[in-house]
Design a protein around this ligand. Sequence first.
Ligand code: GTR
Length: 452
Amino acid sequence: MATSVSLFLFLAPPMIKNKASLSIATTMGFLLLGAYFWIPDTHLQAQTFTPNYDESKVPQYTLPDPLRFTNGNVVATSEAWHQKRRQEILQLFESQVYGKTPSAAITVTFQLKSKNPNAFQGKATRKEIAIQVSSQQRVLTMDLLIYLPNDRPGPYRTFLGLNFGGNHSVTTEKDLSISNRWMRNKEDHGYINHRATEHSRGIYSSRWPVESIIQRNFAVATIYYGDIDPDYHDGFQDGVHPLFYEPGQSKPNHDQWGSLGAWAWGLSRAMDYFQIDTDIDSDKVIVLGHSRLGKTALWAAAQDTRFAIAISNNSGCGGAALSRRRFGETVQRINRSFPHWFNTNFKQFNNREDTLPIDQHMLIALIAPRPVLVSSAEEDRWADPRGELLSLQEADAVYRLLGTDGTGTTTVPSKDRPYFSTLSYHIRPGKHDVTLQDWNAFMNFSEHHLKP
Ligand code: GTR
């Protein structure tokens, strides 16, 4: 199957300045692993869940070997990895975990909505781009917010991530309009009746330290994840999924994408735009995300090799953490709390992690040989910091086969030691969050791997 996307750039008003087209072909294969039908079990959903936080109670497990083909043969060369094994693993994550991205042709257009060369007292240039995607079924618009440093000429190395609260929530700037999209309620943050209020302006700005980022000559770009698919389970009626429905289809098939897959797809559409924006060095884009959006960033980088670096922050279950450890959040728990995140097939692994044909170290391996930084927080046991580190270590063999230094060490990195191997781990004291300390680690790592 092939996914082809036509791109047109409109810079408006008043005239079209540039026009580009690009075809992205993703070869996907079919893997038939038996049909599975998931029936929501409301009785079981009501049962309470007690997470395991005791390392001695982590069950014995054997991880699938990323360097063995499905038929058991050893993957001995980088050619064998790139030509066959990577594809096998990618297909397993598509069909069994996040879901396949449908292949129907869609049109993507870009419109420059605003440009302010004097953002942050003249330190940055702010751009807003409307990314419009359309199929015969419907049209969807995602707003991409970009800050470029004014100190030095571009093109810039660029951080790209989705945000939780609307683009206006990442910045305290007063002249950015408040998102009018569906929001998760959080009254103390200014999200009421599923809409953002003025109180939510800048509410997540500590997670997006724009001034510190541009000061180090990186650009930073973000999209509200709800622009791509609102984060609630409506049977995939809103958001991007219906754009791709075949005639008569009203929800994704069991092996097709859920919300995480859709969000990852949205990151790739931002990357499409970067390829035609001369301010952005599209060979040096770092895709990153926090928590559910950290899972999304890893899955985006696994599928889309245009991303130069991937950084996950506190991504946990379904992100960097090994599922088989069942420490903190588990597959069953995540599928019951968020039935729309993964595909339907993934539900068959509820409480049956040992039957998964993959584990999350193989998600990281899919990003090889590109650098990955996994970032954890000591008190965020729900996300299993140790399971996140182990995933990196288990991906090491693939990275070394491909000629990199992998984790570069066999010892656990200390908190204060800079750690710049291709596979790096960062952990800080404190809770589930993104802090300036995390961003400093992201920037140090990215500066090391992507010279301007
Ligand atoms: C939690 C969920 C985690 C993580 C987090 C978040 O409720 O269990 O997997 O994604 O939300 O995204 O903030």
